[in-house]
Design a protein. Structure first.
Length: 365
C-alpha cells in the first residue's frame, strides 16, 4: 500500500533538489549559448545576467508529469486511468509548446503577434482537451452557469494568465516565490478534494519553483526568462481545469463554482497587480501592449525599495491570499467576503505604492 504522504514529500523534495541542480547547470551554460539578459531602459537590474533558468523546472515538471505521474495515477485508478492520461496530455503538450515558443523568444523576440497566436492555440487545446469552467460563484448573484460561454471564458483566462505571469516576472525572486506558494496552495486543495493528481501537480510546481528560487533570490544569479514565466502562468491557469476533470466531493456541491475564485486567489498578487496596471494605463491612453515599468512592484522598486523587500512583501500577500482562497473553497468564508478581501488587499497595495512614491519625491526634492 502506497503511503501518499511520504510519496508527496519525496516528490516535493526530489523536484526541489533536481531543479536546484538543473538551474545551477544553466547558470554555467547560459552565457556560453548566448542566453543573457542585457539591461535596458525598462530593466530593474543593472548588470548582464544569465536567463532561461525556468527551463530547469520546466523540463523536470514535464518529465515527472509525463512519465511517473501518469504511471502512478493509472495504478491508483485503473478504471479512470484513460481519463487521467488524456487530461494530463492535454495539459502537458500545450504547456511544453508554450515553453518552447517562449524559450525561442528568450533567444530572439518572435514578436507579440506570433507569440499570442501560439498561446491561443495552446489555450484552445487545453480548454477542449482538459475541461472548461462550468460555473462561477459570484457575490450577490450566486452561482452563474457558464455552459454557454465557459469555453470562451476558459481560453481568455489561460491566455491572460500566461501573459500576466510573464509581465510580473520583472524583479529578483517575485515569480519564483509566487509559483512556490501557489503550487503549495494547489497541493493543499488537492489533498482536501481527495485528488492525488492535483496534489502531486501542485507539489511538483512548488518544488521546481523553490529549487529555482535558491538561485534567483536577490541578488539573482539567473533570471527565469519567458520559458519559465509563461509556462507557470499557463500551468496555474490549467490546474483548476484538471480539478474539474475529475469527480468533485459530494459534500460540497458548489466547489465547481468556487474553483475559479480559488484559482484567482492562488495567484492574486500577480492578477491584481496586472489588472490594476492594465486599467490604469488604458485610462491614461497608453499603448497597453508595449513594455513598461509601471506595475506596482516596479514602482515600489523605483521608489527605493530593494528587490528582496518587494518580493518578500509579495510573498506575504501571496500567502495570505492563498489562505483566504482555501477558506473560500471550504466555505469557511463566503464569496462576498472573499471578493471584499481581494479588493481591499489590492487597494492597500495601491495606497502603499503611492505613499512610497510621495516619500521618494520629497527626498529628492
Amino acid at each position: 500500500m502506497i503511503d501518499f504522504g511520504k510519496l508527496l514529500l519525496v516528490i516535493d523534495i526530489g523536484t526541489f533538489l533536481a531543479a536546484w541542480a538543473a538551474v545551477l547547470t544553466l547558470i554555467w551554460l547560459a552565457p556560453r549559448i548566448g542566453l543573457l539578459d542585457r539591461p535596458n531602459e525598462r530593466s530593474s537590474h543593472t548588470r548582464v545576467t544569465p536567463r532561461g533558468g525556468g527551463l530547469g523546472f520546466v523540463i523536470l515538471v514535464g518529465l515527472m508529469l509525463g512519465a511517473f505521474l501518469v504511471w502512478l495515477t493509472v495504478e491508483l485508478a485503473a478504471d479512470s486511468g484513460e481519463n487521467i492520461i488524456s487530461a494530463l496530455a492535454a495539459y502537458i503538450g500545450p504547456a511544453m509548446f508554450v515553453a518552447a515558443i517562449s524559450l525561442r523568444d528568450d533567444f530572439k523576440s518572435l514578436g507579440p503577434g506570433l507569440r499570442f497566436l501560439c498561446q491561443l492555440v495552446a489555450a484552445v487545446i487545453a480548454a477542449l482537451g482538459v475541461a472548461s469552467f462550468r460555473e462561477v460563484s459570484l457575490p450577490i448573484v450566486g452561482v452563474v452557469d457558464s455552459r454557454w460561454f465557459g469555453i470562451g471564458l476558459t481560453i481568455v483566462w489561460i491566455v491572460g494568465m500566461t501573459n500576466v505571469y510573464n509581465f510580473m516576472d520583472g524583479i529578483d525572486g517575485i515569480a519564483g516565490v509566487q509559483g512556490a506558494i501557489a503550487g503549495l496552495a494547489w497541493a493543499m486543495a488537492g489533498a482536501w478534494l481527495g485528488s492525488p493528481v492535483l496534489a502531486m501537480l501542485g507539489l511538483t510546481l512548488a518544488g521546481g519553483c523553490a529549487g529555482f528560487l535558491v538561485h534567483n533570490w536577490p541578488p539573482a544569479e539567473i533570471f527565469m526568462g519567458d520559458v519559465g514565466s509563461a509556462f507557470l502562468g499557463f500551468s496555474f491557469a490549467v490546474v483548476p481545469l484538471i480539478a474539474l476533470r475529475f469527480p468533485l466531493p459530494e459534500k460540497l456541491p458548489q466547489v465547481a463554482g468556487l474553483l475559479p475564485i480559488f484559482s484567482l486567489l492562488a495567484v492574486w498578487p500577480f492578477v491584481g497587480d496586472g489588472f490594476y496596471t492594465f486599467q490604469r494605463r488604458l485610462f491614461r491612453g497608453e499603448q497597453v501592449w508595449k513594455p513598461h515599468r509601471t506595475h506596482l512592484y516596479q514602482r515600489l522598486v523605483l521608489s527605493g525599495w530593494s528587490h528582496a523587500r518587494v518580493s518578500t512583501l509579495y510573498a506575504i500577500w501571496c500567502g495570505v491570499s492563498a489562505q483566504i482562497g482555501l477558506f473560500c473553497l471550504k466555505s469557511i468564508i463566503d464569496v462576498s467576503t472573499t471578493f471584499g478581501y481581494m479588493i481591499i488587499s489590492l487597494a492597500g497595495m495601491v495606497l502603499l505604492t503611492r505613499g512610497r512614491e510621495r516619500k521618494a519625491r520629497k527626498l529628492h526634492a
